[in-house]
Design a protein. Structure first.
Length: 640
């Protein structure tokens, strides 16, 4: 009976979601920002062929592709949708409904982990979990709404700590977390680590290690490891110390969101008035067997606060970013890690009050708490319903849609991860057009970009490499559109001036600038003689940033370049990659010393791209304010 009634509560709260959104229409027709990113990956995985690793999507960022996990495509639901006939299917709306439907059931399961099996406490915990503010705050991240996975892991942990069976549910929670969203896996794993920690039992540790080991094999086959490069944000996307208890976006007390860093919206963890009342009345000494769980919850709270702890706008503790960001950078939005703490507080408070109070008094208190929670979360529910009821992005121009749908490749300048707001919305709307038409896309926004991606290198490639047959170039900013050159892109025209869409046979033809003449062959010339050939990423003779390019007219032969490296540290070396019309070689330059490289030039126009990993601040090396970041300087050149 408790589970049946919890299911009805879940159906009622899930029923608050717009039905068009649940069945994959409405909101999904023109989603924005992170939602569009998830839908792009979800549909592209279904439209692509089977690959190894399993979740690599070859049509996004070809030729290497990108993993479905990196674009928040919900790999589990994407695989299910792909196996259904008649695809592609959008199951992300159904997933969001399932999150609200299963949340109360998982809460009852967690409460029963404490041995509390009565009906009224079960209804109280189910209703309060369904009205958790952090859940209603997250519909713009559909995959992160799987809070029921955290509750399943919590329930399994409580059972195992009390000596009851729970490893099957633990395995289910870990598996769902791994193939829905990595943050959910981290939280489930952290909770379950309390089991071997409690008894120092090698057998329990072996079971958990076996589960995680088997899961690691599956994740390796899925291509999850090494798919994304490191990212930063730990210390910014944190939780404010006052977030759990200070009303924010509250229907009872109002209050703005606490955000001292510009990213603490990720750590929104207001518990709600109803739960705070229960915690105030239900505080008691926790049982001895729960000490390991409390230690894990304390650790999650510390990570949520990060190495820079704010109470409101006041910085209470600043431990800096190093080495903390290097160690915990994988959970850059660490403020989310408080979710298990909030759910544990809910379960323990309900169980404690149900044990201490007479049934009638507890029932009255539970009704009061649910009523307060309902009223307090009213603005969050209204906000979520309004957002889910209508598309979030403006429709792209019809001419753009038609051209993209009939293209053979879509390239975007600047790349979607490098822009925000309306520019990214336009890019992602047209990416959805391309994905639905089976058109490969040069780059997409992702939670973690693949190793080797860089905004500057992607921009220089898009501007300086000839368009392929059937390729269209979406130019999001007028400054880039004004720099396009028909000599580099080939015979192409453009619709618009920024945003613009360029390709063969489109709009106004691009003007082609004449190439500058080469210096006399066999004569060594100073770096200034190469200025007419410098295209991207230069500050005078200095490389400036991670990508610099030279564009040379047809001539063939060879080019001897003398370069002076700037290493990260004195006495080190500078490693660079040199791409000549796509062919890659590597060179190692001594620090602040000259080295001559001989580059063989192919016939026809030549593009030489220098890729510099981790360019250094020149002032740090005592070179003065040359540019923000440098890796080497051009000293002289000789065309042979």
């Amino acid at each position: 009976m408790p589970y049946l009634l919890a299911l009805l509560i879940g159906a009622a709260t899930g029923g608050l979601l717009p039905w068009d959104m649940v069945v994959g229409r409405g909101w999904w027709l023109a989603p924005s920002q992170d939602v569009a990113q998830s839908l792009i990956g979800h549909l592209a995985f279904q439209m692509d062929g089977w690959r190894f690793p399993l979740f690599r999507i070859g049509t996004l960022m070809p030729p290497d592709g990108i993993n479905a996990m990196l674009v928040d495509a919900n790999p589990a639901m994407s695989l299910l949708a792909r196996l259904l006939p008649g695809g592609p299917h959008n199951l992300l709306g159904a997933w969001l409904f399932a999150c609200f439907l299963l949340q109360p059931l998982a809460a009852v399961y967690a409460l029963r982990g404490l041995g509390e099996r009565r009906l009224v406490p079960a209804l109280a915990v189910a209703a309060l979990a369904a009205l958790m503010p952090s859940l209603w705050f997250q519909p713009m991240h559909p995959n992160l709404c799987g809070h029921f996975i955290i509750l399943l892991a919590l329930g399994a942990t409580l059972r195992l700590l009390r000596g009851e069976p729970g490893w099957r549910m633990a395995g289910l929670a870990l598996g769902l977390g791994a193939f829905v969203h990595p943050y959910l896996l981290v939280m489930a794993t952290a909770l379950l680590c309390a089991v071997p920690l409690s008894r120092r039992d090698w057998r329990q540790a072996a079971v958990l290690g076996g589960l995680l080991g088997g899961l690691a094999v599956l994740m390796a086959l899925a291509g999850f490891f090494g798919a994304g490069a490191a990212d930063r944000g730990f210390g910014r996307f944190s939780m404010n110390l006052l977030s759990p208890v200070v009303p924010q976006l509250s229907g009872l007390f109002g209050g703005p969101m606490l955000d001292a860093t510009g990213g603490q919206y990720e750590g929104f963890n207001y518990l709600g008035a109803g739960l705070l009342v229960l915690l105030a009345l239900g505080w008691h000494r926790p049982p001895r067997w729960s000490w390991s769980l409390l230690a894990v919850l304390a650790g999650l709270t510390a990570l949520a606060l990060s190495s820079r702890v704010y109470a409101g706008p006041v910085l209470l503790l600043d431990l800096g970013l190093r080495p903390w960001e290097q160690v915990f950078g994988a959970v850059r939005a660490s403020g989310r890690l408080f979710w298990p703490v909030g759910y544990a507080a809910l379960v323990f408070a309900v169980a404690a009050l149900a044990t201490r109070l007479r049934p009638a008094r507890f029932a009255a208190l539970a009704v009061l708490a649910v009523a307060l929670q309902w009223q307090d979360t009213g603005p969050l529910r209204a906000r979520a319903q309004a957002m889910l009821a209508s598309p979030g992005a403006a429709p792209p121009p019809a001419a753009f849609v038609q051209a993209v749908a009939t293209a053979q490749r879509l390239t975007i300048l600047p790349a979607p991860p490098c822009v925000e707001g309306a520019e990214r919305d336009l890019a992602q709307s047209l990416i959805l057009v391309a994905v639905r038409a089976g058109v490969p896309v040069s780059s997409v926004a992702a939670g973690r970009m693949p190793p080797g991606f860089g905004c500057e290198s992607a921009a220089s490639d898009a501007m300086e490499e000839p368009l392929r047959d059937g390729e269209v170039l979406l130019v999001l900013q007028p400054a880039f559109a004004a720099r396009l050159d028909g000599r580099l892109l080939g015979p192409a025209g453009c619709i618009g001036t920024g945003p613009a869409l360029c390709g063969a046979g489109l709009g106004t033809p691009l003007a082609a600038s004449p190439p500058p003449p080469l210096p006399p062959r066999g004569e060594e010339v100073a770096a200034q003689a190469l200025h007419p050939f410098q295209a991207h990423g230069w500050a005078g003779a200095w490389n400036a940033g991670p990508r610099s390019t030279l564009l040379l007219p047809p001539g063939g032969g060879a080019l001897a370049l003398t370069l002076r490296g700037v290493a990260l540290n004195p006495g080190g070396t500078r490693r660079i990659a040199i791409r000549i019309n796509g062919a890659v070689t590597h060179a190692t330059l001594p620090d602040l010393a000259d080295a001559t490289l001989r580059l063989v030039l192919p016939p026809g126009p030549v593009r030489i791209a220098f890729d510099v990993p981790r360019p250094v601040d020149p002032q740090r090396r005592g070179l003065g304010p040359i540019a923000h970041r440098v890796g080497f300087a051009l000293i002289s050149a000789r065309f042979e």
